[in-house]
Design a protein around this ligand. Structure first.
Ligand SMILES: [Zn+2]
Length: 333
């Protein structure tokens, strides 16, 4: 039976900021989107890395980069992973092949995919990853058990959002009819029940095992997304609303001692000239300089009153606090 325990609502997590980058290359988007040209599309990892590494250095921020094993093996992807690692960032695992259905695979297929990716990252950086984020925010008991068996310190796949069904609908609407029919119904953005799960760190627990979960932060109460792509989309519609929305989210997170786990993707800092194949994504018409400047202002606001750390550093703190404070738990089924 899967249960939730050690929901750490008493920790002073409201002072913590965790910035992560899902290092998804163009092919990840096109493949999930059901496009035929996903294997031949040019990589955006070099341009994204060349922009982000000096950008984070200037801000004095150490992030967690969730890297795809297939990319970490060779070429521009491997160079990108090494560049982040050598600049002091944590490199964590984002699966071997970025399959949107990873969380639905059999235990042996899933285990094999995750282990191969960890090997590719360890070969590139010399360090075995201790954290994992599932593509498409997939989750489930099998995944947690595979990660625990492979000695992961944490999972960071959970996006506790109430908008999963709406985001899925929007994603499918941007596909051609033929693509929609051929790829079926991908389980993106997690199941709707995820919206009810905690925003503070907690442990998945089952007979004989457990795993720390560090959720991607969504707006308290509303459970609407707060990651960079969402802010970009909001600011295109209503710039004033986007900044008020972020400020409200930060204020509520602080008040309820929720850590700010903030997520960035490569399309947040590139434009349609960098990646014509990704021009269908929201915000690709805006020049990348303008987008990067918005990311900079957002990160300054997030880290202004918060201590910034990597996911691995945060997981260490959760372990340190384990026996010290008021935890609560409940059974899921
Ligand atoms: Zn991804």
């Amino acid at each position: 039976m899967l249960a939730i325990k050690d929901v750490d609502t008493a920790g002073d997590w409201g002072n913590s900021a965790l910035v992560s980058v899902d290092l998804d290359d163009s092919w990840c988007y096109l493949r999930t989107h059901g496009e035929q040209n996903w294997q031949t599309t040019p990589s955006v990892l070099s341009v994204a890395t060349d922009r982000l590494v000096p950008f984070f250095a200037h801000l004095g921020i150490r992030v967690t980069v969730f890297a795809v094993g297939r990319d970490a093996e060779v070429g521009a992807g491997r160079e990108a992973v090494c560049a982040f690692f050598e600049s002091g960032h944590e490199v964590a695992n984002h699966s071997m092949n970025h399959r949107f259905d990873l969380a639905r695979l059999s235990p042996s297929e899933m285990s094999n995919d995750i282990a191969r990716s960890a090997d590719a990252i360890a070969t590139a950086t010399g360090v075995v990853p201790v954290g994992f984020r599932c593509p498409s925010f997939g989750s489930g008991e099998t995944l947690h058990q595979v990660l625990a068996a492979q000695k992961y310190a944490y999972d960071a796949s959970l996006l506790p959002t109430s908008l999963g069904p709406i985001l899925r609908w929007y994603h499918r609407r941007t596909m051609s009819r033929a693509t929609r029919e051929s790829i079926g119904s991908p389980e993106l953005f997690g199941p709707a029940a995820d919206a009810l799960l905690p925003l503070t760190p907690f442990r998945w627990s089952w007979d004989g095992g457990e795993l720390l979960e560090i959720p991607v932060t969504t707006m308290p109460v509303l459970r609407t997304p707060m990651h960079m792509s969402y802010l970009h989309a909001l600011t295109e519609k209503a710039p004033g609303l986007a900044s008020a929305y972020l400020r409200l989210g930060l204020r509520l997170s602080s008040r309820w001692k929720i850590p700010m786990s903030f997520l960035i993707h490569p399309p947040d800092i590139i434009d349609r000239h960098d990646a014509p194949d990704l021009a269908y994504l929201p915000g690709m018409r805006r020049p990348w300089q303008e987008k990067l400047d918005y990311v900079r202002r957002t990160l300054l606001e997030i880290t202004e009153t918060r201590e910034q750390m990597t996911h691995a550093q945060f997981a260490d703190r959760c372990d340190d606090r384990r026996h010290g404070s008021h935890h609560q738990g409940f059974e899921l089924e």
